[in-house]
Every structure is written in structure tokens, then in C-alpha cells.
Design a protein around this ligand. Structure first.
Ligand code: CP
Length: 327
């Protein structure tokens, strides 16, 4: 089945082959555009396509990289970044908003605080919809961006040992990333206090799709010595109903120079960002700290995804040699 005309709510919607195709096209786009060097970036040919970004929650990276991606493809962007300034403030439903906005554009990227909101948009829009984060549920384009960064640095997925650390209960980035890493052959270690552990249904889905039971621990110093990549996440104040509970857990894990003493020389440090205090700026210049490169990769990844969903380009026929895993 082609990706053209489809929506993306969760990476479970896409086969492993389709995910690798997106990463391969993102790599082609990164190279063709001279993406890594600002002075080498090339102007895009005009494209008669419009992206609508509907953001009901704050964002820097996701909204701006979606918009940059469409502009780099040569298309245009309309945006609703402040729902208080839209008719949502008058009580218009999300379903009606999605129906109306799909009459003004060719593709929608939506972020919303409510889990399941992206599916409501898919059910009511007449154009492809991309989930740009729905509450604590999923954030599939962040996971694609994470995979792009990991593959660029390690050249493979299979056999890598990856630690996911922090708020695994409410963290939509890890809810999207963990299952796809397991599908691609990574070995997973979940590092969190019990109260912020990975939801059991995600652990169960990993067991069923990958034949592995991820290790679970609250001990970052012990886990860090065996990892090929550490994926830090923020303890998210906005997801806690109880302020006292947030105060109890904030700052529970901090990666600084001292914490890295036990880590491999080659262990990547990734983070979806924004960070608060879980990674100190003193390690930003450590060559293993790739979170800023990771964020920049959101542009070619979202370019590739939108190009494929809009049917602008065929899916790469042959995945990169040695990098594709079985579908
Ligand atoms: N990683 C991420 O989703 O960042 P923003 O909230 O800034 O979009």
C-alpha cells in the first residue's frame, strides 16, 4: 500500500518498510538540500500545496519544523498557533475545525492536549492529517526524527541498547519511540521511578511485536554503563494533576559530567527537547550530546513525510543497503 493520501496518528499505522522509506527519503532530501550547512541550502521550486498547522498546545520545534519543511518543499503554510484567537474560543468543536480547515489546505499537522484528538481530526478532515502530539498519547513525527538521528550516528538499529529515561508514563515521545525501536531490533531499558513507569499496554505491545521484555529500573547510574544511546525526557509539569507529585519527581534524573563518567565513549545522548534541568548545559559540547542535531533533523524528516503523504514523490524503491530491517 502506498503512503500517498494516508494520515499518521501513530507509527503503528505504518509498516517497518514504510518507516525506513521515510528515513531514506529524508536522507536524500537532507543531502539534496545541503541541509547541514546553512550557506549551501538551495531554494525550493514553487509547489502548489498548503500545510495547515493547528496547534492547541505550545510548541517550538514541531510547529516550526513542519512549517520550515513545507516552505523548503516550495509550498505554503497557514497556521493556527493560538487557539484563543480562533473560533475554538467561541466553542467550535475540534471535529468542525478539522472539517473546515481541510477545505483550505492539502495537509494538516495537529497538536492537541487531548489524547485521541488527532484521530478525531482524521475522522473529520478530507485531507491527510499528521499527529504532531496528542496529549500524553503519541508523537510519531518526533519518533521519526529520533530514528533519523540515531541511524545517522550509529548506521543501524539492530542490536543497539537504548535507555529511555524520565517521565515514561506521560511522555508521548517515548510512547511513540519505544515500540518502533523494538520493532527495528533495539534492546530497550526503561529508566524511571515506579510512579512514572511506561504504561503496561505499551510494554505488552512491545512483547507481542518484538519478542522482548524491556528491562525496567529506577537506577540511571547503574543502567548508563551498558547503553549505546540514552534518551532523556523532561518530567512534564503540565501533565501532572497533582502539583505536589510533580515537585516530588522533578530533578530526579540529571545528566551532567559526573553522570557521564560511567558511560561508553560512544554513547549518544538524545532528548526530544525542550529540556528543563535533566541535561545540564555543561555537556552540550560533548560530542555524544546530539540533541541539537536531532532537533534540526525534524525538517528533512517532515519534508519526506509530507512529500510521501501528498504523493509528490514515489517511495524509495530499495531501502539503503544494510539498513533495512524485515517488514
Ligand atoms: N519535541 C517537541 O515536540 O518540541 P516542541 O514541544 O517544542 O514542539
Amino acid at each position: 500500500m502506498s503512503l500517498a493520501g494516508r494520515s499518521l496518528v501513530s507509527l503503528e499505522d505504518f509498516s517497518t518498510q514504510e518507516i525506513i522509506s521515510i528515513l531514506d527519503l529524508a536522507e536524500e532530501m537532507a543531502q539534496a538540500l545541503g541541509w547541514e550547512e546553512a550557506e549551501q541550502r538551495q531554494a525550493a521550486k514553487p509547489l502548489d500545496r498548503i500545510l495547515a498547522t493547528l496547534f492547541f498546545e505550545p510548541s517550538t520545534r514541531t510547529r516550526m519544523s513542519f512549517e520550515a519543511a513545507m516552505l523548503r518543499l516550495g509550498g505554503s503554510v497557514i497556521t493556527m498557533a493560538d487557539s484563543k484567537a480562533s473560533s475554538t474560543a467561541k466553542g467550535e468543536s475540534l471535529a468542525d475545525t478539522a472539517r473546515i480547515v481541510s477545505g483550505y489546505c492539502d495537509i494538516i499537522a495537529i497538536r492537541h492536549p487531548q489524547p485521541g484528538a488527532a484521530q478525531i481530526a482524521v475522522d473529520n478532515a478530507s485531507v491527510p492529517v499528521i499527529n504532531a502530539g496528542d496529549g500524553h498519547n503519541r508523537h510519531p513525527t518526533q519518533a521519526l526524527t529520533d530514528l533519523f538521528c540515531l541511524r545517522r550516528h550509529k548506521g543501524r538499529f539492530s542490536g543497539l541498547k537504548v535507555g529511555l529515561c524520565g517521565d515514561l508514563k506521560y511522555g508521548r515521545t517515548v510512547h511513540s519511540l519505544a515500540p518502533v525501536l523494538a520493532r527495528l531490533g533495539c534492546e530497550l531499558v526503561f529508566i524511571s521511578p515506579d510512579m512514572l513507569a511506561m504504561p503496561p499496554e505499551i510494554v505488552e505491545s512491545i512483547r507481542q511485536t518484538s519478542d522482548q521484555t524491556p528491562q525496567q529500573t529506577d537506577d540511571l547510574p547503574a543502567a548508563i554503563s551498558n547503553l549505546d544511546m540514552l534518551y532523556m525526557t523532561r518530567i512534564q509539569k503540565e501533565r501532572f494533576a497533582d502539583a505536589a507529585e510533580y515537585e516530588h519527581y522533578k530533578g530526579i534524573y540529571v545528566v551532567d559530567k559526573a553522570a557521564l563518567r560511567g558511560a561508553h565513549e560512544e554513547m549518544l545522548i538524545m532528548h526530544p527537547l525542550p529540556r528543563v534541568d535533566e541535561i545540564t548545559p555543561e555537556i552540550d559540547d560533548d560530542p555524544r550530546a546530539v540533541y541539537f542535531q536531532q532537533a534540526a533533523g525534524g525538517v528533512p524528516v517532515r519534508m519526506a513525510l509530507m512529500a510521501l503523504l501528498l504523493g509528490l514523490m514515489p517511495e524509495p524503491a530499495t531501502p539503503k543497503s544494510g539498513l533495512a530491517e524485515p517488514a
